[in-house]
Design a protein around this ligand. Sequence first.
Ligand SMILES: Cc1ncc(COP(=O)(O)O)c(C=O)c1O
Ligand SMILES: Nc1ccccc1C(=O)C[C@H](N)C(=O)O
Length: 413
Amino acid sequence: MTQQVQAATGTGGEGGKDVAYRPDLFELPPGIYLDGNSLGPLPRAARAAVLRRLDDWARDAVSGWDSWFGLAESLSPGVARLVGALPHEVIATGSITANLHSLLATLYQPEGRRRALVATSLDFPSDIYALQSWAERAGAELRLVGSRDGVTVADEDLAAVLDEEVALALLPTVLYRSGQLLDVPRWTEYGRARGVLLGWDAAHSVGCLPHELHAVGADFAVWCHYKYVNAGPGAPGGLFLHERHHGLTPGLRGWWGNDKGTQFEMTHEFRAARGAAAYQLGTPPILALAGLEGALTVFDQVPLSEIRRRSLELTDQLIARVGAELPEMKVVTPREHARRGGHVSLAHPEAHALSLALRTRGIVPDFRQPDILRLAPVALYNTAQEVDEVVRTLRGLLDSGEHRQVTARSQVT
Ligand SMILES: Cc1ncc(COP(=O)(O)O)c(C=O)c1O
Ligand SMILES: Nc1ccccc1C(=O)C[C@H](N)C(=O)O
């Protein structure tokens, strides 16, 4: 039987109202939700936007395209703010994996000795599959930066692989298992200085901390909007291409990447849209884009700097409480703020069973192989009381061993 934990209400800050704590903007599931780094909860504005687009469809049918045609482009100012870009450097489209293929098809130009692709041995599998596809096609090497502890990458190891044989590198801003945050400005500059095109998978940082992709001069980036941006399951992802790379003909082309002014002339001559919009392929999923349309309004109301400040407060608290009360669980997330994303990862041999037992108690974490319990206290809707409650519940489980009786019911962890 599911025992729900009463979600604590909190004000954050010192007795005052914390601008980053806005549970009123969400329809939150019951209990304590700590999995917003996998799927963010539903913003009220996202429901309203999806319903509005459904109404458009019912009322207008095909004439609805009058307002849907430029919908993705109309979201670019909001998307650009999330990553610190110019609006024409971003577009909401595709998935991380599809966008990565699209950018690789354009930017990856192996030449002479400079042929290798680089990623890390701790990357999300889909990124590796995409890079493997392109390495195979080019008969080139895919170099993976190793890990000394199995959860983080060391600066020295990263620096050592980025040499004159590397054409393109993809790095995670935040590693999905450990929550390690890489120094985006530093590695961007390091890559540029060595002639390596260097892009970012920002899935675990967008919506959780501020970015300055344009100012730091990042070549490209991909991310999703279903985690900390709360745009909904399968929401269109984000693609950033620095304006210095605009004007290239996309290696993968589709009619939605054609200039809007001539798209419906239906000629067989592709005329690229300006900037990142040229990397769209086919018809956008309007209902899913509507989820993003609504979700972005949350970030009109709350500055990312405040979200980051409160996120660090909550993860600081979680790390401290685990250190004090759960000595058998190892915090594998770096402690320094400059090296930490938005989630805290705890290693324990029984992490899977613990994650299942927490769910039966109304607390939603997730589990990542082989032994990682991930907890994401999100600034916008989680509280200090909830952080205390999860630590108390884990202490109780470890003391009683009750988690050993819980069995998995789902393939998705
Ligand atoms: C870091 C990272 N990269 C890539 C993906 C895959 O993204 P998508 O399914 O949108 O292609 C995810 C999560 O699913 C992820 O966390
Ligand atoms: N897209 C999903 C679909 C189903 C279940 C999880 C995901 C995730 O995004 C997991 C996430 N990428 C992770 O960091 O593990």
